[in-house]
Design a protein around this ligand. Structure first.
Ligand code: ATP
Length: 737
């Protein structure tokens, strides 16, 4: 903020009062010069003018306005019975400020009003305040009704703070002397225009406290939601894992189903391609086997053959036995006859030849090896012997034995013929049986071959059926396990080997278990997590903003503190120096100083529950050393000395940081003639720095003024204002009601 230091231009232009206190009629005081003096008898209404100025500038204290309520500010009627004036309903006062551009003031920095005292476009600023009997107050700024706040804000721009230290009320000039060090410090700060920074500091502190409270609240809110947020985050993470698992599982299931469908189709085709030729071949073989078996005929063929052969053999041996018996009979009969014949004249050669022939035949027969041949030979030999015996009979001539032998031979021949027939029959039987056996053997081998082949094929078919069944089972399993996705599934990918299938199924199973463990996805939780997280992020941002604000407030506070400290130190040094100078000038020597007090430890009252020592805030101490006097404390000063000391300090403060104007109400009241002259000289000096309105009874002061107003009050109790010359002042002063 810019504090206007009015030096080249005078700010106060005019004061208009109407109905205010004793000023029942409207009066207007122009302030065309640096020093304006208002003079008049006691009780004429001079201080009411200072009150009016104070009031327009927003004074809120009735005590400072010397009243108790708003009504006390309105003319309440006056005069005696003959000149009675009735009370008014409204009081008003206006201060008109000069707001012409000041060439001495640096341009810029203000949006409006450039190098003007008030940052508004108007060349004149009229500030008015009105009060009605009902206590209603209003403020008007250049014809616009405004709030007190606006007035205070605008005034602060020209260094007219709310404390109104630039209006020194009657008897108030030594207030600074008996104020506490802390109050003094505050007054000096005010005079140095630092109060505004103090206020800002307080404001920053208040904001800081509020911000820190907010930080605590936000932190506590964040702490409150933290566990829930953590829980939700965990749940969400789990769900994200689950959805990741689900994605993996879906992909894996899709892969498995695709590949399984392809593999099963492939296996089915393979089974089919193996099965058909095998089944066809098996059919052919079964037919062949059936036929072959039928061709082999009934069982028991061999038994029959052997039974028949045995029967023939038995017939043969019985025939042979009978014949041999007969032959032995015949032999015996022959032998008897031959023995007789040989002796009758048959040559030995003839017998020898026959016997040799028989022997030769028998030998041949023994070599031949077959029963047939042996029998034939025996038969032939028998015949030869019989014929030889016949010849012998002729020679010898016999009668009876010869006839019996022939009959026997007939029977034997018959038997032999019968035997021959049976042998032939047996031979035929054997021959047939052998041919049949060979044929059967061949058929059997064929049948065996077919049967073996059929067995192999059936083995293979069993394999094929097993595969078919396995494929079927797998298909059922697939439908059972993956029914849901089968509808849209198409065969694809690589064929599954047994181990790949097992691996995939194991993986899918594991994922399914993990997914089950992970639990389902709860949209509500996800939403809540999202919201809670956003809230936390918002709070975090809020916290950061607040921390940022705290930081910048602390910076502002520190900056203000530094500035106040720096400006205060510099200002105080200046005031201190001027105080000393004015003091020496007034007292013709001596010493005066205003300086920071040492912090003191003060003890708390015993009644306080917490009895401890605290350090008093530092303030300002005033030390004076009046020439030829030993003054230890301000209390030891005489009334005049007090007045002079306070004037020295007041002038020092006003010179160090001149206010736009200064109203001094009878500050000079206690001065003697010599001091009055010094005072007037100082006043002239101060007048160069600030516009002065002085209410006085003092001639020296009046002399210093450029313009004089006389205030009188007649019997009507109404204050009158007249512009007067110095010479007329005596008259005005002498005037009494
Ligand atoms: P002194 O020189 O003694 O200090 P003064 O000139 O400063 O006197 P003021 O104190 O300004 O005089 O004026 C006081 C006068 O104003 C009194 O006469 C008082 O009756 C009158 N007065 C104050 N308030 C009102 C009011 N509301 N209505 C009418 N008159 C009032």
């Amino acid at each position: 903020m810019r504090i206007a230091r009015i030096k080249s231009i005078m700010l106060l232009k005019r004061l208009e009062i109407s109905g205010f206190k004793s000023f029942a009629k409207a009066v207007s005081l122009e302030f065309p010069t640096r020093i304006t003096a208002i003079v008049g008898p006691n009780g004429s209404g001079k201080s009411n003018i200072a009150d009016a100025i104070r009031w327009v500038l927003g004074e809120q204290s009735f005590k400072h306005l010397r009243g108790k309520k708003g009504e006390d500010l309105i003319f309440g009627g006056g005069g005696d019975a003959s000149r009675s004036v009735s009370r008014l309903s409204k009081a008003s006062a206006s201060l008109i400020f000069n707001n012409l551009p000041d060439p001495a003031r640096p341009a810029g920095g203000q949006q409006a009003g450039k190098n003007k005292a008030f940052p508004v476009e108007f060349d004149e600023v009229a500030m008015s305040r009105r009060v009605y009997r009902d206590g209603i107050n209003d403020y008007v700024l250049n014809d616009s009704q405004v709030r007190l706040k606006d007035i205070i804000e605008l005034l602060s721009k020209v260094g007219l703070g709310a404390s109104q230290h630039h209006i020194i009320a009657q008897g108030d000039s030594d207030r600074i002397l008996y104020a506490s060090p802390k109050e003094r410090k505050s007054m000096v700060e005010e005079a140095l225009g630092l109060k505004i920074f103090e206020l800002k500091k307080t404001e920053a502190e208040r904001k800081l406290a509020a911000t820190e409270e907010n930080v605590r609240q936000v932190e506590s809110l964040r702490r409150e939601i933290a566990p829930h947020l953590k829980y939700l985050a965990l749940q969400t993470e789990k769900m994200k894992n689950a959805s990741e698992l689900r994605k993996n599982l879906d992909a894996l299931e899709k892969e498995y189903v695709g590949r399984e469908l392809k593999t099963l189709a492939h296996e089915e085709a393979e089974v089919e391609s193996r099965k058909r030729p095998l089944e066809e071949r098996a059919g052919i073989l079964e037919k062949e086997i059936r036929e072959s078996e039928e061709g082999l005929g009934k069982e028991g063929e061999a038994e029959k053959f052997f039974a028949e052969t045995n029967k023939l053999d038995e017939a043969l041996s019985s025939l042979a036995r009978r014949r041999r018996e007969l032959e032995r009979e015949a032999g015996r009969m022959e032998a008897t006859s031959t023995a007789r014949a040989i002796g009758d004249g048959v040559s030995k050669e003839k017998i020898k030849a026959v016997l040799m022939e028989v022997v030769s035949d028998l030998e041949a027969a023994s070599r031949s090896g077959t029963m047939e041949a042996v029998r034939n030979t025996i038969f032939a030999a028998t015949q030869k012997i019989y014929s030889f015996l016949e010849s012998l009979n002729g020679v010898g001539g016999r009668s009876t034995p010869r006839g019996n032998t022939s009959q026997l031979k007939e029977v034997i021949l018959g038997l032999e013929k019968e035997e021959e027939e049976i042998s032939a029959k047996k031979l035929e039987l054997q021959k047939n049986y052998e041919i049949r056996a060979i044929k059967l053997q061949k058929e059997g081998a064929f049948l065996r071959g077919r049967m073996e082949e059929l067995a192999k094929i059936k083995d293979n078919l069993r394999d094929v059926y097993a595969s078919e069944e396995k494929t079927g089972v797998l298909k059922k399993e697939l439908e059972f396990d993956f029914g849901g996705i089968l509808q849209n599934a198409r065969p694809f990918g690589e064929l599954l080997s047994g181990s790949a299938r097992a691996d995939l199924k194991k993986k899918i199973e594991r994922l399914r278990i993990r997914l089950e463990e992970a639990g389902g996805v709860n949209e509500e939780v996800l939403k809540e997590y999202d919201e809670t997280k956003k809230r936390d992020e918002f709070l975090d941002k809020e916290l950061k903003d607040l921390q940022e604000t705290t930081k910048s407030l602390k910076e502002i506070f520190e900056e203000l503190e530094m500035r106040v400290e720096r400006d205060f130190d510099a200002g105080l040094a200046k005031i201190n120096k001027l105080f000393g100078e004015f003091f020496r000038e007034i007292f013709g020597g001596g010493k005066a100083e205003i300086k920071m007090s040492k912090p003191q430890k003060i003890e708390k009252d015993e009644d306080e529950s917490w009895r401890e020592e605290i350090e008093e805030e530092p303030g300002l101490d005033i030390n004076v050393d009046i020439p030829r006097k030993r003054i230890k404390s301000l209390n030891m000063l005489s009334g005049g000395e007090r007045a002079l000391t306070s004037i020295a300090l007041l002038f020092a403060m006003s010179t160090a940081n001149p206010p736009p104007f200064l109203v001094l109400d009878e500050t000079d009241a206690a001065l003697d003639e010599a001091n009055s002259a010094k005072y007037a000289a100082m006043l002239r000096e101060l007048g160069k720095k600030t516009q002065l309105i002085v209410i006085t009874h003092n001639r020296e002061t009046m002399k210093a003024a450029d313009v004089l107003y006389g205030v009188t009050m007649g019997g009507d109790g109404i204050s009158k204002l007249l512009s007067i010359k110095f010479e007329e002042a005596e008259v005005v002063l002498a005037k009494r009601r």
